[in-house]
Design a protein around this ligand. Sequence first.
Ligand code: SAM
Ligand code: SF4
Length: 330
Amino acid sequence: MEDKEETTGEKLVSFGREINYLRVSVTDRCNMRCIYCMPDNVEFLRCEDILRYEELRRIIGVASSRAGIAKVRITGGEPLARKGIGNLIVQLSELSTIEDLSMTSNGLVLAEKAEALKAAGLMRINVSLDTLDAGKFRKICRAGRIESVLAGIRAAYASGLTPVKVNVVVMRGRNENEIEDFINFAVNENVTVRFIEYMPIKQSDEWKKLYVSRDEIIENAHGRLDEMEEDEEDPHAPARYYPIKGTSLKAGVISPVSHGFCSNCNRLRLTPEGRLLSCLLSNDFVDIRAIVRGGGTDDDILEAFKKTVEMKGRKGAFVAAGSSMHSIGG
Ligand code: SAM
Ligand code: SF4
């Protein structure tokens, strides 16, 4: 069923960048406890404080039909841990103004859900997997089994949620020696692997011990990668791609710390409790939940998006941000 809404809107622009991408964190809860993401003494939001699906549908509907938001990524916490997430996907896939509907998941329960997600209208998925070693997986993720995630990646590929991208946060002393193993994995499974520099979100200087730079990640690929591609398919994509020698595949490196990509940033973020953020690193936000629960009109929602874009700086800075990753959604 095609939604009746049409684009009547305007474009959101900040410092020459067209803002057309919204990352929506649907929950701060998770079925894993990754060491780099989930704080130990975390206090989760109350259920009533989290945006309901009909509220999300309304906000995203206005953003896409009136403010030019054409790409939406569902994230979390773990989005597949929120009950009924397939219903939200169905509702969003009916919005004709959304061109790209994707998800980021830890893959733990993906094997049993991939087909239904594809049928609901999800287009593609990124799965986070930081190690190929079962013992290390237990230490990094502190819950779940690596076999479940591997089965999830294979089910996503088989269901056509492609390209399947596998996100690897590279950490010194933990997995920086697995770069080549992940390149082999990508070739064997026909997926795109992307290595991510560890980011200092709400952390002390401790992060410096774990941080591995893009240059070092490439070095650890031991000559398996060609020179970085100059021609980017999508100039807004945070990853820079390197062809894997002897294959038609590419490996990506996302390097927000060593090579910030703020000048091309096209995204806004919505947290589970309805804070609309202009940047992952921003402490300022517009409370869009207050607008939708306070009887606000669609015009008010549009204004909230415009105001948030006005708050977007030319460049973000890695200072302790207001929320941690498990809440903003990476
Ligand atoms: N639970 C889902 C998952 O793990 O894919 C979605 C939410 S998670 C917060 C989104 C992404 O943020 C994941 O790829 C995760 O690896 C990444 N992430 C979390 N903390 C990070 C950090 N400190 N530095 C770099 N990436 C991080
Ligand atoms: Fe959960 Fe994803 Fe954070 Fe890991 S990175 S704790 S899977 S939200």
